[in-house]
Ligand binder design. Structure first.
Ligand SMILES: Nc1ncnc2c1ncn2[C@@H]1O[C@H](COP(=O)(O)OP(=O)(O)OP(=O)(O)O)[C@@H](O)[C@H]1O
Ligand SMILES: [Mg+2]
Length: 309
């Protein structure tokens, strides 16, 4: 990497007692990148984010954020970070606008400047009409947008988003993606965690796939799919037929077979040709879907498990 990375980690480890949550990871995030951690529950995503956010001390390894040491320069680093934690921690006693202006004062902005900034950010996350409302009556998606607005109060160089859209309905997720995409276009460096492969595909230039505290693959969404899966995937369903009994009969159709509890996945560059072969073997399924490979398939291929169970 020719430019100085905003985040640089080597052999980064986080232990809680004798449990290892992050088992020695290497990372470089460049300015302007949208970088993701994709992994299932317990993979170590939040533990990593908290170290990057300077609220948790690495147990071992090297970590530098914005060229500084998080242990020695935590205060200086945090002044240039925007953080959206996994669980919203908005102040329920304050109004929507006050949640932002209070934060602005915390960063030393003059009152008038804080109010101006709050109004601008509420506009950006489409919450201007809720400015005087308390936090509690807001929907999950609105709270998430407010937390993101709050993370932007100090005009951060680096924004950390821990599962920005978990638990939101599709419409709320798409609105958030669109706003995050705009931030990225403005040149803000985004680091996010997710266990939604579509989110990772939509937002991330580059991502690491994490499992059990380790990085199991790294690259752009496209390159990960090219390296770790076939072009297409065929999903076969067989009603009540025990699927394991079909594994042998499907042997050699496509490059690889995964038998899941409710369906069989056939990995093939040409899905339609694979379906034709399934029919030729008299193994007509009750339903069939041919689709492009996704990051979910990459994860399954690398770990033998699905991202969201
Ligand atoms: N403060 C803590 N003390 C003890 N164990 C912890 C602590 N924080 C996290 N862990 C454990 O470390 C592992 C990784 O947790 P972490 O929160 O980093 O995972 P995650 O990838 O963010 O998962 P999720 O998708 O559920 O948010 C888990 O097994 C968790 O129980
Ligand atoms: Mg987490």
């Amino acid at each position: 990497m020719t430019v100085q990375p905003l985040i640089h980690a080597r052999g980064l480890v986080k232990r809680f007692g004798d449990f290892t949550a992050v088992a020695g990871i290497d990372l470089d995030v460049a300015p302007g990148e949208a970088f993701g951690f994709l992994g299932p529950n317990g993979a170590g995503k939040s533990s990593t984010m908290r170290m990057i956010g300077c609220v948790s001390t690495p147990t071992e390894g090297t970590l530098s954020i914005l060229g500084m040491d998080p242990v020695r320069d935590g205060v200086k680093i945090r002044a240039r970070l925007g953080v959206c934690p996994q669980l919203d921690n908005l102040d329920p006693d304050l109004t929507v606008a006050e949640n932002l202006t209070t934060y602005a004062r915390y960063f030393g902005l003059p009152r008038a400047e804080g109010r101006r900034r709050a109004a601008e950010l509420l506009e950006f996350v489409q919450l201007s009409d809720r400015a005087e409302s308390k936090v509690d009556p807001l929907s999950g998606g609105m709270k998430r947008r407010l937390t993101i607005a709050r993370a932007m109060v100090n005009q951060p160089d680096l924004v950390l988003l821990d599962e920005p859209t978990t638990g939101l309905d599709p419409q709320a997720r798409h609105l958030l993606w669109e706003r995050l995409f705009r931030l990225k276009q403005q040149g803000v460096t985004l680091v996010l965690t997710t266990h939604y492969m579509d989110e990772a595909e939509q937002l991330c230039d580059r991502l690491v796939v994490m499992d059990a505290g380790r990085i199991v693959a790294e690259g752009s969404p496209r390159s990960l799919i090219e390296t770790h899966s076939t072009r297409e995937v065929v999903e076969l369903r067989y009603g009540d037929t025990p699927l394991e009994s079909l594994r042998g009969k499907l042997d050699g159709v496509g490059e690889r077979i995964d038998v899941l509890p409710d369906r069989i996945l056939l990995y093939a560059d040409d899905g339609d040709a694979a379906v034709a072969e399934v029919h030729r073997r008299d193994l007509a399924p009750s339903s069939v879907l041919v689709r492009r490979s996704s990051l979910e398939d990459v994860f399954l291929n690398l770990t033998g498990r699905t991202l969201v169970d």
